[in-house]
Design a protein around this ligand. Structure first.
Ligand SMILES: Nc1ncnc2c1ncn2[C@@H]1O[C@H](COP(=O)(O)OP(=O)(O)OP(=O)(O)O)[C@@H](O)[C@H]1O
Ligand SMILES: [Mg+2]
Length: 373
């Protein structure tokens, strides 16, 4: 799966630009604030119509403009698709694939991406929510059933939280609590089932990659932890997990009523990370944290490839800063295979080392492999 070309008009700081990507490594090179991350953002949009930087589509439209256009050409399974987004200030965007109007969910399968950006340090440094979001984004791209279960669970969770909050004013709300527990146990069992299978692959793959990048055999572990009454989800069928979750909810009913909170469920799940036995969140150095976050992302790419049969497009934003030379060289060697877009401020021999295609970015203009219109 590759993105072969990209056209931008009025998108962020791009007036009008077009570029072609190679099916291997593409080095997006330019000084600060020239448009490198904006270019990756445009490619990322092709995979699911969502930005990794903003929830507001109007932010994508160039300052002082009213419309923006992003058009990408993608190839997957020997088929070519032209994916286009037309943004109009204050209006809903129009998505078309090969000229036919589509919804965002209809984009699934055309382009898959794995993104590493500086904010991914949160995966290691941040709270459990960052690691849950990582699992969710990755598994949703592979399993539509997981995405449906997650949507259902979050809807029920929000509703149950309101019931627990408002029960004193309206005690009759509690009559339906068991229905919510049942629905959440059903959706929650699916979520736990898929997460535990995915984390199993993640932990072995990320450990291997981290040991390689660190070059000195650092050991990264990534352990999935869910509701305490489901200690070994990997050994269980979905129905067994459902039974345990339902029982757990019954046992904790009084505690939930007393606290007014949904106390347990996959909304509290965690991926526990350690490096050489120490909790990564509190003890990893900057370079170690960056290496661990990158290892998790590269492991996500491997799982996606094994699962779907082809490599997702790898988008690496500012990945090389803070890595020492050995780690940097290893990363550059490790990312071969599949299409990669990597941003950097200085080429610094990256093109020679990787044989990649260099696209220069200056003030929203693309030079080198790109054409400036
Ligand atoms: N909607 C917009 N309209 C016009 N310009 C924008 C818009 N959104 C962002 N920009 C500008 O685009 C410029 C380039 O941003 P971008 O994040 O792509 O830089 P970069 O090349 O990745 O820089 P760095 O190396 O610092 O990460 C910035 O100056 C930013 O303010
Ligand atoms: Mg940037």
């Amino acid at each position: 799966m590759i993105v072969t070309g990209l056209s931008l008009k009025g998108f962020r700081n791009y007036e009008e630009a077009y570029c072609e990507f190679s099916d291997g490594i593409n080095i997006i090179c330019g000084k600060n604030a020239q448009g490198k991350t904006n270019l990756l953002e445009a490619v990322y949009l092709l995979a699911g119509a969502r930005s990794f930087r903003t929830r507001t589509d109007d932010d994508l439209i160039g300052f002082g403009k009213n419309t923006a256009l992003v058009r990408g050409l993608a190839q997957a399974d020997g088929r070519e698709s032209e994916i286009e987004f037309l943004y109009r200030r204050g209006c809903r965007k129009i998505i078309t694939v090969n000229g036919v109007k589509k919804t965002p969910s209809a984009l699934s399968g055309l382009v898959r991406t794995v993104l590493f950006s500086p904010s991914d340090l949160e995966l290691v440094r941040g709270g459990a929510a960052a690691r849950r979001r990582f699992m969710d984004l990755a598994i949703c791209q592979l399993r539509p059933r997981y995405a449906a279960a997650l949507t259902e669970y979050n809807k029920l969770l929000a509703h149950k939280t309101r019931i627990l909050r408002d029960k004193d004013k309206k005690p009759s709300l509690l009559d339906v609590l068991h229905e919510f527990n049942d629905g959440m146990a059903r959706a929650g069992a699916a979520i736990i089932f898929y997460r535990s299978a995915w984390c199993d692959k993640l932990s072995s793959s990320a450990a291997r990659i981290h040991a390689d990048i660190s070059g000195c055999g650092e050991i990264l572990t990534a352990g999935y932890r869910t509701v305490s009454s489901v200690p070994e989800p990997r050994q269980m069928k979905m129905g067994q997990i459902y039974d345990l979750l339902l029982e757990h909810a019954a046992q904790h009913r009084e505690a939930e009523l007393a606290s007014g909170l949904c106390l347990s469920g996959p909304h509290k799940d965690e991926i526990e990370l350690t490096i050489d036995g120490a909790e990564a969140r509190g003890f990893a150095s900057q370079g170690q944290a960056r290496t661990a976050a990158l290892s998790l992302k590269l492991a996500e790419r491997d799982i996606s490839e094994q699962d779907a049969g082809d490599m997702p497009v790898l988008l690496l934003d500012d990945v090389l800063s803070e890595l020492d030379d050995a780690r940097r060289d290893f990363v550059l060697n490790r990312i071969t295979g599949g299409q990669v877009l990597i941003t950097c401020c200085q080429n610094d021999g990256i093109a020679e080392l990787t044989g990649g295609k260099v696209l220069g970015i200056h003030a929203g203009r693309i030079t080198g492999g790109g054409l400036t219109l």
